[in-house]
Design a protein around this ligand. Structure first.
Ligand SMILES: CC(C)(COP(=O)(O)OP(=O)(O)OC[C@H]1O[C@@H](n2cnc3c(N)ncnc32)[C@H](O)[C@@H]1OP(=O)(O)O)[C@@H](O)C(=O)NCCC(=O)NCCS
Length: 219
């Protein structure tokens, strides 16, 4: 039962991470799915994706929920039938959920060299120039945190049209820190988020985000 890690972030926020080592058959035997989820699972082309999807339900069970407590809105954002907020992520052999009384978003990303090639698509030019002054390894790690932060914020706001590069800025941080802030400026709305980050294993990054304030009208 490879529950990899549980992080009790605060009294109302818990992060549960699964290390997916089980076969599809094993997970499939252990997990009960509602009709919609069963259809989704059956339609998935990749077995890894199916295992990740099922492992999320194992995490739900750890927290006292089942697939029957979970539903998705029209954008694909997951919700629980009670008041708790939930966010979901999967990356290779890791999957995770975050549960909170507050609006939250979570992302796990593998640290990959390839991220350097797409950096200009999600980080602005000034920020990129500063980041490029550090060594390659740290550059990749920092880019991965930034990417994860923007994905996590996107999962909270869930709005079409948000550009990672133009609308979300992550404040500078060091890799030996564990948190930073980020701002979303979109459609005349300004909102600040707290970003928490850490390493999972050697080359995976975990990021989760909280809203610091309700959206305010930008001047
Ligand atoms: C939807 C999105 C956030 C998923 O993130 P991802 O890193 O690809 O994948 P993850 O495994 O971390 O997350 C997948 C989970 O996110 C959740 N999710 C999907 N759409 C969502 C949405 N609109 N809002 C919140 N959560 C969402 C789902 O729970 C999904 O898993 P599940 O369907 O198996 O339950 C991402 O694909 C996306 O659309 N990003 C914004 C687009 C963008 O601007 N990209 C970059 C431009 S440079």
């Amino acid at each position: 039962m490879p529950l990899y890690k549980t992080i009790q972030h605060n009294s109302s926020t818990q992060i549960l991470i699964w290390n997916i080592t089980e076969s599809f058959e094993q997970l499939n035997q252990e997990v009960q799915l509602n009709e919609k989820s069963q259809k989704r699972l059956d339609g998935m082309k990749s077995e890894m994706h199916q295992r990740a999807f099922l492992s999320i339900r194992k995490l739900l069970a750890q927290a006292g929920y089942s697939d029957f407590d979970l539903y998705y809105d029209e954008f694909g954002k997951p919700h629980l039938i009670n008041e708790k907020h939930i966010s979901i992520t999967h990356s290779h052999h890791f999957s995770a959920i975050i549960l909170s009384n507050e609006a939250v978003g979570i992302d796990i990303e593998m640290q990959r060299e390839k991220i350097q090639k797409i950096a200009h698509k999600f980080v602005n030019d000034k920020e990129l120039e500063r980041l490029q002054k550090i060594n390659t390894n740290d550059y990749i790690k920092k880019l991965t945190v930034k990417w994860g932060a923007k994905e996590a914020i996107f999962k909270i706001r869930n709005e079409k049209g948000i550009s990672f590069k133009d609308h979300i800025q992550v404040a500078p941080f060091e890799l030996n820190e564990t948190q930073t802030i980020a701002n979303l400026n979109y459609n005349g709305i300004n909102q600040q988020f707290t970003i928490h980050f850490s390493e999972l294993d050697t080359n995976f990054t975990l990021v989760y985000a909280f809203e610091n304030n309700m959206p305010t009208q930008a001047n």
